[in-house]
Design a protein around this ligand. Structure first.
Ligand code: SAM
Length: 282
C-alpha cells in the first residue's frame, strides 16, 4: 500500500463529507509516520477519526520552503510523509506545489492520491458541455486587477472556473457580469458535498438577482463556472464541419488541421486534436 522506499504522498481530503476520503487515502494516512498539514489544528480531528498516529508538521503558504526542508529531512531518514490541505486536493489553490517541487528536486518519489477537488466536483455536476475549461481559482481582490484579469479572459474559448469566498461573492458575480456580458451562462456551485449544497444555473444577467433574493445563497464556499462564449461553440461546430469535409477527401490529419486553421482561425493544435478525434470516430 505504501512504497518500500520513502515517498511523499499528496493526499486529497474531503471537501465536507468524510465519506469522500478514499480507502487508499485512509490507509496511507494511517501508515505514514508524518503528515504535513496546511493547518495542523484543522487536520488533527481527521487523523484522530481515522485512528492515525502520525505526527503533524505545519506546511502552509508562509513556511512552505522551511516545511519542504523538514519533509526532505524526514524522507532522508527513510520516513514517508503525507501532504494534506484543509480540504480537497493540495496544491490546487492551496499550498503544496512549492513543497512538492522541492521534494522532487531532491530526488524523492512523489505519489498523488486523487480525490475531492471543488472545481472538478462542480464541473461534473454543472451540465456545461464546453469541451475545454480553464481553471482560474481565486480572482484578485482589488477591483481594477480583477477587471483586467477578466477582460483578458473574456474571449477565451473556454468555460472559466473560479473559486470564491462568501464575503466576496456579490462583488465577484457583479464583475463577471460587467466584463463577460449578461448573456453568458453561469453555474453557481455552493457548499458542495455539505448539508446546504446548491447548484444553480442561470445567465450572468440573472445571477445577482438570484443571489440577492436569498441571503442564504451568499453563504458558504463557492465554485463559479462561466460557460464558454457562444462563439467558441459555434467555432467548434464550424471547425468540425470543415475538418470532416477535409478528412473525407482523404487529407492527412495534419494537413486537414492546417487548412481548417487557415479557414477558421481556430488554434492549429486544437484543430489537430479535434481531427484526430473525428478520425477515431468521436
Ligand atoms: N484545494 C481545494 C480543492 O481541491 O478544491 C481548494 C482550496 S481553496 C483554499 C478553497 C476554495 O475552494 C473555497 O473558497 C471555494 O471557492 C472552493 N471550495 C472548497 N470547498 C468547497 C465546497 N464544499 N463547495 C464549493 N466550493 C468549495
Amino acid at each position: 500500500m505504501t512504497e518500500e522506499s520513502p515517498a511523499l504522498y499528496v493526499v486529497a481530503t474531503p471537501l465536507g463529507n468524510l465519506g469522500d476520503l478514499s480507502t487508499r487515502a485512509a490507509d496511507v494516512l494511517r501508515a505514514v509516520p508524518w503528515v504535513a498539514a496546511e493547518d495542523t489544528r484543522h487536520s488533527a480531528p481527521l487523523l484522530r477519526h481515522l485512528g492515525a498516529s502520525a505526527r503533524l508538521l505545519p506546511a502552509h503558504q508562509h513556511n512552505e520552503e522551511a516545511a519542504a526542508q523538514q519533509v526532505i529531512d524526514r524522507l532522508a531518514h527513510g520516513e514517508s510523509v503525507a501532504l494534506i490541505s484543509d480540504a480537497g486536493t493540495p496544491a490546487i489553490s492551496d499550498p503544496g506545489a512549492r513543497l512538492v517541487g522541492r521534494v522532487r528536486e531532491a530526488g524523492y518519489k512523489v505519489v498523488p492520491l486523487p480525490g475531492a477537488c471543488a472545481a472538478v466536483a462542480a464541473l461534473s455536476a454543472s451540465g456545461i458541455t464546453a469541451p475545454h475549461w480553464l481553471f482560474h481559482g481565486f480572482l484578485p481582490t482589488r477591483a481594477k486587477q480583477r477587471e483586467e484579469v477578466l477582460r483578458a479572459l473574456a474571449t477565451a474559448p473556454y468555460a472559466l472556473v473560479f473559486y470564491e469566498a462568501p464575503h466576496r461573492i456579490l462583488e465577484t458575480v457583479a464583475a463577471l457580469q460587467t466584463t463577460l456580458g449578461k448573456d453568458r451562462r453561469i453555474v453557481i456551485a455552493r457548499e458542495l458535498t455539505k448539508l446546504f449544497e446548491t447548484i444553480h444555473a442561470c445567465t450572468l444577467g440573472e445571477a445577482m438577482a438570484w443571489l440577492e433574493a436569498d441571503a442564504n445563497q451568499q453563504r458558504g464556499e463557492f465554485v463559479l463556472i462561466v460557460d464558454a462564449p457562444v462563439a467558441a461553440e459555434d467555432d467548434g461546430a464550424e471547425a468540425d464541419r470543415i475538418l470532416t469535409l477535409l478528412l473525407d477527401e482523404g487529407l492527412p490529419v495534419k494537413q486537414a488541421a492546417k487548412l481548417a486553421h487557415a479557414i477558421t482561425g481556430v488554434s492549429k493544435n486544437m484543430l489537430y486534436e479535434r481531427a484526430l478525434a473525428l478520425r477515431a470516430g468521436a
